[in-house]
Design a protein around this ligand. Structure first.
Ligand code: FCB
Length: 469
C-alpha cells in the first residue's frame, strides 16, 4: 500500500489528535460531576447501539496519566480535548466544582510538562441535564449560562491553554439533538432545532467574549463540521437548488452569523414555514461575530442531494422518514442519495477531494482566516492479530489521503495551520456506542488496555517528519 506522496507541511504546522470528554472520561458520578444530556439519552432504552453508555468509556478520568504518556510518545505538538460542563458546573449554573476544575488543571499541566499544547473545547455536547430541563439550547438563557461556564474555565486554566474553542459542531447539537433526535436530548422538532442553531451561535459569541474578558489575548476558535454538498445532476436547476438549501442549513446558518454577522436571506426564506426566527434579537448576530484566530474544520465525507419529486420512494441513504426525524429542517423536498464509495464503517463515503474543495471555499469566502483540521479520521472494523498487533491499513490510507488533500489546498493558498486526527483512542461513538472504532490507539473495553494500532506508529512518523513518506 502506498501512502506516500512525499508531501511536506509548512514549518510550524501543528500536529495533534483529538478526543471529547463524554466519549473517553467515564467516571460519570465521580468528582462531583452532575448528569449531562448524554447520560440521560444513552440510558434511555433504544437510543444507542447495544444500549452502550459513557459510564466507563475509556476510563480516561482515572487513566489520564497513561494517556498523556501515549500523547507524548506519539510526539504530538498539541492535544485537543473538551472540558465537561457538568464536571465544572454540575447543574449548569452557579459556582465551580473544585474537583472538576482540578482535573482539567492537572491535565493541562501534564500536557505542558510534556511539551504538548492544550487545545481546549468548552462544549462537545455534554450539556448539564438541569439546563436541558429548563429548555436546553432552545432557551436563550442557556447561551448566557455557557458564557458563565466559559469564564470559570478561563479563570482557572488561563494562559496554559493555547487555543480556546467554544463549540464543537453546533450543527450536530442543534439538528441531531433537536431535529432528528439521533443525538441527545433526542427531540424531534424542527422549530426547536432552528432556535437551538441560534442560541448556539449566540453562546459562541458570548462564550468567546467571556474568555477574552479574563484573558484579553486568548486565541479563540470554533469547530464546525462544514458540509460539502453536491447536486446529483449539476446541470439540473432543481438539484442545484436542493444543494443550496442544504448548504444554507448546514453551513451558512453558522458561518453567516459567526463570520459575517448575519443570517443568510435564503435560509430565513426557506424555513419561514417552520419558524419566524423571532428568537433572533437585535444585536445577536453581532455578538456571534467575534474575531477568530483560527476556524476549526471537521471533515469526514461528502453529501449528495437532489430534488425529491414527492412520488418515488426516497433513497435509502436519505434520513427522512426514519423512526427519527430529519435533521434537514424545512427541506422536505430534498433527497439525500448515497454517494459513490468506498465507505468507512460509519457508512460514510471516502472523498478526500471534498476536503480540498472545502478548505479552498473557506479561503475564498473568508480570505485571511487561518484554518485547522480539528477532526478527520475513520472507523473501520479493526481486528487484533494473534501477536496482538492491530493492522489497520485502511485507516492509514484514509488519513494519508486526507493529509495529501490538505496539502493540495495549502498549495493553492489555503492557510491551514494544523491537523488533529480523530481520535487518539477508540471511544464512545455517540449513538453507535463502542461499535465504531476511530482510535489510533485501540482500547480493549474488557480490560481498558491501550494498544497502538499500525496507524499510531505511522502517524508518529508523519509527525516526526512533518509530512508523508
Ligand atoms: C464528529 C464528532 C466526534 C466524533 C466524530 C466521529 O461528528 O465531533 O465527537 O464522534 O464525529
Amino acid at each position: 500500500m502506498s501512502t506516500g506522496t512525499g508531501r511536506r507541511f509548512p514549518d510550524g504546522f501543528l500536529w495533534g489528535s483529538a478526543t471529547a470528554s463524554y466519549q473517553i472520561e467515564g467516571a460519570v458520578k465521580e468528582g462531583g460531576r452532575g448528569p449531562s444530556i448524554w447520560d440521560t439519552y444513552s440510558h434511555t432504552p433504544g437510543k444507542t447501539l447495544n444500549g452502550d453508555t459513557g459510564d466507563i468509556a475509556d476510563d480516561h478520568y482515572h487513566r489520564w496519566q497513561e494517556d498523556l504518556g501515549h500523547i507524548a510518545d506519539l510526539g504530538l505538538h498539541a492535544y485537543r480535548f473538551s472540558t465537561a460542563w457538568p464536571r465544572v458546573q454540575p447543574g449548569g449554573r452557579g459556582p465551580a466544582n473544585r474537583e472538576g476544575l482540578d482535573f482539567y488543571s492537572r491535565l493541562a499541566d501534564g500536557l505542558l510538562e510534556r511539551g504538548v499544547k492544550p487545545v481546549l473545547t468548552l462544549y462537545h455536547w455534554d450539556l448539564p441535564q438541569d439546563l436541558e430541563d429548563a429548555g436546553g439550547w432552545t432557551a436563550r438563557d442557556t447561551a448566557y449560562r455557557f458564557a458563565d461556564y466559559a469564564e470559570l474555565v478561563a479563570r482557572e486554566l488561563g494562559d496554559r491553554v493555547d487555543l480556546w474553542t467554544t463549540l464543537n459542531e453546533p450543527w450536530c447539537s442543534a439538528y441531531l439533538g433537536y431535529g432528528s433526535g439521533a443525538h441527545a436530548p433526542g427531540r424531534t422538532d424542527g422549530a426547536a432545532a432552528l432556535s437551538a442553531v441560534h442560541h448556539l451561535n449566540l453562546a459562541h459569541g458570548l462564550g468567546l467574549q467571556a474568555v477574552r474578558s479574563v484573558l484579553p489575548s486568548a486565541r479563540g476558535s470554533v469547530t464546525l463540521n462544514l458540509h460539502v454538498i453536491r447536486p446529483v445532476d449539476p446541470s439540473s436547476d432543481d438539484d442545484r437548488d436542493a444543494a443550496r438549501r442544504v448548504d444554507a442549513l448546514a453551513n451558512r446558518a453558522f458561518t453567516g452569523p459567526m463570520l459575517s454577522g448575519a443570517y443568510p436571506d435564503d435560509l430565513l426564506a426557506d424555513t419561514a414555514h417552520v419558524t419566524d426566527w423571532s428568537f433572533v434579537r437585535p444585536g445577536d448576530t453581532e455578538i456571534a461575530r467575534q474575531p477568530l484566530d483560527v476556524l476549526g474544520v471537521n471533515y469526514y465525507s461528502t453529501g449528495l442531494v437532489r430534488r425529491w419529486d414527492g412520488v418515488e420512494p426516497r433513497s435509502e441513504a436519505d434520513g427522512h422518514g426514519d423512526a427519527l426525524g430529519s435533521p434537514w429542517v424545512g427541506a422536505d423536498d430534498v433527497e439525500f442519495v448515497r454517494p459513490e464509495g468506498p465507505y468507512t464503517a460509519m457508512g460514510w463515503n471516502i472523498d478526500p477531494g471534498g476536503l480540498t474543495e472545502l478548505l479552498l471555499r473557506i479561503h475564498r469566502e473568508h480570505p485571511g482566516l487561518p484554518m485547522m483540521i480539528t477532526e478527520n479520521g475513520a472507523a473501520f472494523p479493526d481486528t487484533v492479530s494473534p501477536g496482538g498487533a492491530v493492522h489497520d491499513p485502511l485507516r492509514v490510507d484514509y488519513i494519508a489521503r486526507h493529509l495529501e488533500a490538505t496539502g493540495q489546498a495549502i498549495d493553492q493558498g489555503a492557510d491551514v495551520r494544523g491537523y488533529f486526527a480523530w481520535s487518539l483512542l477508540d471511544n464512545f461513538e455517540w449513538a453507535f456506542g463502542y461499535d465504531r472504532r476511530f482510535g489510533l490507539i485501540r482500547v480493549d473495553y474488557e480490560t481498558l488496555e491501550r494498544t497502538w494500532k499500525d496507524s499510531a506508529h505511522w502517524y508518529r512518523d508523519v509527525v516526526a517528519r512533518n509530512g508523508l513518506d
